[in-house]
Ligand binder design. Sequence first.
Ligand code: NAP
Length: 269
Amino acid sequence: MTRIAVAGPRGNMGKEAVQLVERTDGFTLAAVIDHRFNQGKMMDAEGMADLDVPVYKDVDSCFTSEKIDVLVDLTNPETGKVHLRKALEHRVRPVVGTTGFSEEDIDELGRLAEEKELGALIAPNFAVGAILLMKFSKMAAAYMEDVEIIEQHHDRKLDAPSGTAMKTAQMIAEVRKEKQQGHPEESEAWAHARGADYEGMKVHSVRLPGRVAHQEVLFGGEGQTLTLRHDSLNRTSFMPGVKLAIEEVQTYTGLVYGLDQLITLEGDQ
Ligand code: NAP
């Protein structure tokens, strides 16, 4: 039985993760971590079923009082970073869906996971379809180097571009022939009209109420275009990936960044 703690259980993602853990054979919800709840109280926040598990205000007290195998963090980048570090220090394997980590954060957390000889996972996107979109985009970029990414999210999202867009751009850059796209003399009458620039490709972030998580990768070539698109229509789309992550993080050592590392396709490089 895998004993799991969920941090951020009142959040949109956290609520789904709590339900996933509760209904999955082989998983036990051992505790939740919520900075607004008094320790020991039952969670009876609006919109949530009462949870018959201990609530902790911080990870340290949770890990010293409970036996936890895996921490699932769905909070915010500052908190997620602290939670990941503390989990490893307490020999708990972290599965972090929180987005907004810098490359330096990821490197530092990776070193800590190696040092502790524990598995850890940071996944900017748990939706299997989004992972496939990233992989297909990388395949296409080997042949079509003109590419722009448009990601769309709800307007409560804190970070931009999305972790998925950043990861997609990084994966594309591994195979794409280097190129500064657009007209060499193009100019912007309004700042950022052409979007963010990553190694010459452009990334655009849309934030609107009503959206969940959507991404298009547009390729252009002589007389042709190719558009790849993925839509997460609700947050249940992320849960099969969370389940896979909880199972897999117990089988390796070191930090894995991205669920794409755990889903292999024929022809993957
Ligand atoms: P959300 O609805 O705002 O939920 C975040 C929750 O974390 C809130 O309940 C918040 O409580 C709580 N929280 C903040 N600080 C905390 C702390 N110190 N201890 C415990 N709980 C704390 O956000 P969301 O939509 O669920 O997203 C959460 C994170 O997951 C974001 O980083 C988002 O970008 C990311 N995300 C990832 C994926 C993926 O597939 N990997 C998909 C969607 C979203 P208060 O509101 O009371 O502060």
